[in-house]
Design a protein around this ligand. Structure first.
Ligand code: NAD
Length: 482
């Protein structure tokens, strides 16, 4: 597909949105393209007064939004999804400009985001409750009881850079479907994407104040999550930042979608071509900058050599560079600091005995697809979250032992297993300590309506509109006596 640029040629000003009104900030930050550092936007950070009025505006809008009929809420979300579809290429180019993911990847994200919004619209009509058999206890005789799902109020939505549109849709779609109002603080490398979505809500019938937008970094995030009127914090990002937030907010509800060092196992009876192909996509897609990127690959010794040979051949063919160039298969890292860190971890592993099979080169923010073998479990490229284009490949003999090794991680988001054996699949399903077990799929595979969340330090709570609606509402018990 050829690319016609439809974004403005000049860097834009991106402002806050409070109660449907644009609000400029005094501090203006430059947003630069991750690949070549060109200025793409000037982002107006929110000062404390803007954060305050954004939360107040959401609180005010909540009074009427929570009783807006669900068919109307569904209609607005569907209209937003349709508007996103009409403007899909603009969204995709904006994602590429701000995050550096390739245009093909950005287009894929836009399609998934539209689906997330459509599913949220459908789920808005299915928020039911439960009838409670009151007379099961003597004191309930003659009473009618039921539990309703009630919205919580103002939800603070904080997003990372790597999927700036779909991550946001997974928060805002279910939140508004359930009758909550939101204040969104996107990652700076997703500011324009979030601004587009905020405008789409305003243009398609959402009352001003349902969707407020504040820009900035840690300080703005902090004043938002600690605001007393925020009923729930919905955060996707890294573990250390989540840890800070949890300590700051005290007795406030929080949903967390965090990181991992996801494993994928390739058993001796697996379809080798398929597992190589899918591990390449899961390891190097988005330059490895996904919470569920396949980082640790464990391959049965019987097929280790042919798997490795094909994987390395495939990794060498991944051209890294300008994400707007259709020939590029992998874009840059988000910034130079991230690229330097990943490069340092590769060098550290090699100095410690790992073998570099391919990649390991850095030019500015661009790293080449890297395959390491002969790694130890205590090397950073194995035991920490790399969040870059690096996979480690290790051989195993015993499936029980490899499941133990795969589980031996502080995280548990998603894992993959390639096998043609039902016994092996059932064993993995029973024993793997992850929020998702993909059989004949790698760790990075997801449909947007599935329940998606992690165990251990990978998070608290589950995404997928139906499940997120549960997490963003509470059960209100109603008891009626004659
Ligand atoms: P990050 O934690 O650095 O930033 C996430 C967001 O938090 C940004 O908007 C940032 O501005 C904000 N922030 C920073 N300090 C804050 C503070 N003190 N208070 C409030 N907000 C604050 O993460 P990142 O680098 O943007 O994203 C990468 C991380 O996100 C990885 O660890 C990845 O695994 C994780 N992630 C998880 C999922 C998931 O669904 N589980 C999805 C995508 C990314």
């Amino acid at each position: 597909m050829t690319t016609t640029t439809i974004l403005p040629a000049q860097a834009e000003d991106i402002v806050n949105l409070v109660g449907g009104q644009p609000r400029t900030g005094e501090a203006v930050h430059e947003l630069r393209h991750p690949f070549d550092g060109r200025l793409v936007a000037r982002v107006h950070a929110a000062d404390p007064a803007i954060v305050e009025s954004a939360v107040e505006s959401a609180h005010e809008a909540f009074r009427s939004w929570r009783t807006t009929p669900s068919h109307r809420r569904a209609q607005i979300l569907a209209a937003v999804a349709a508007a996103m579809r009409a403007e899909a290429e603009g969204y995709a180019q904006q994602i590429t400009l701000e995050t550096g993911k390739t245009l093909a990847e950005a287009r894929g994200e836009v399609n998934r985001s539209i689906a997330t919004m459509e599913i949220s619209s459908e789920e808005a009509k299915r928020i039911g409750g439960e009838v409670i058999p009151m007379d099961a206890a003597p004191q309930g005789e003659g009473k009618l009881g039921f539990a309703l799902r009630a919205p919580m109020g103002v939800i603070a939505c904080i997003t990372p850079f790597n999927a700036p549109l779909n991550t946001l849709c997974h928060k805002v779609g279910p939140a508004l479907a359930a009758g909550n109002c939101v204040v969104v603080k996107p990652h700076p490398h997703g500011s324009g994407v979030a601004a587009r979505l905020a405008r789409a809500f305003l243009d398609n019938g959402a009352p001003p104040g349902c969707f407020n937008l504040v820009h900035g970094g840690a300080e703005v995030g902090q004043s938002l999550v600690t605001h007393p009127r925020v009923a729930l914090v919905n955060f996707t990002g890294s573990g250390p930042i989540a840890d800070q937030i949890v300590r700051q907010i005290g007795l406030k509800r929080i949903l967390l979608e965090l990181g991992g060092n996801a494993p994928t196992i390739v058993h001796h009876d697996a379809d080798l071509d398929r597992s190589v192909r899918e591990c390449l996509g899961a390891g190097f897609g988005l330059g490895g900058q996904s919470c569920i990127s396949t980082q640790r690959i464990y391959v049965h010794r019987d097929v280790y050599e042919p798997f490795l040979e094909r994987l390395v051949e495939g990794a060498k063919a991944i051209t890294a560079g300008d994400p707007f160039d259709p020939a590029t298969k992998m874009g840059p890292m988000i910034n130079e600091e991230a690229a330097e860190r990943v490069h340092r971890w590769i060098e550290e592993a090699v100095a410690d005995g790992a073998v570099l099979r391919c990649g390991g080169q850095r030019q500015g923010t661009t790293l080449t697809a890297t395959v390491l073998t002969e790694v130890r479990e205590d090397m950073r490229v194995v035991c920490e979250e790399v969040f870059g284009p690096v996979v480690t490949v290790s051989a195993y003999e015993d499936i029980d032992e490899v499941i133990r090794i795969a589980n031996d991680s502080p995280w548990g988001l998603k894992c993959g297993l390639f096998t043609n054996s039902l016994d092996t699949a059932l064993k993995a399903i029973a024993q793997m300590e992850f929020g998702t077990v993909n059989i004949n799929g790698p760790s990075r595979a997801r449909v947007d309506h599935e329940p998606s969340g992690g165990t251990k330090q990978s998070g608290w709570g589950v995404e997928g509109p139906r499940y997120a609606i549960e997490a963003m509402t509470y059960l209100r018990m109603v008891s009626m006596a004659p």
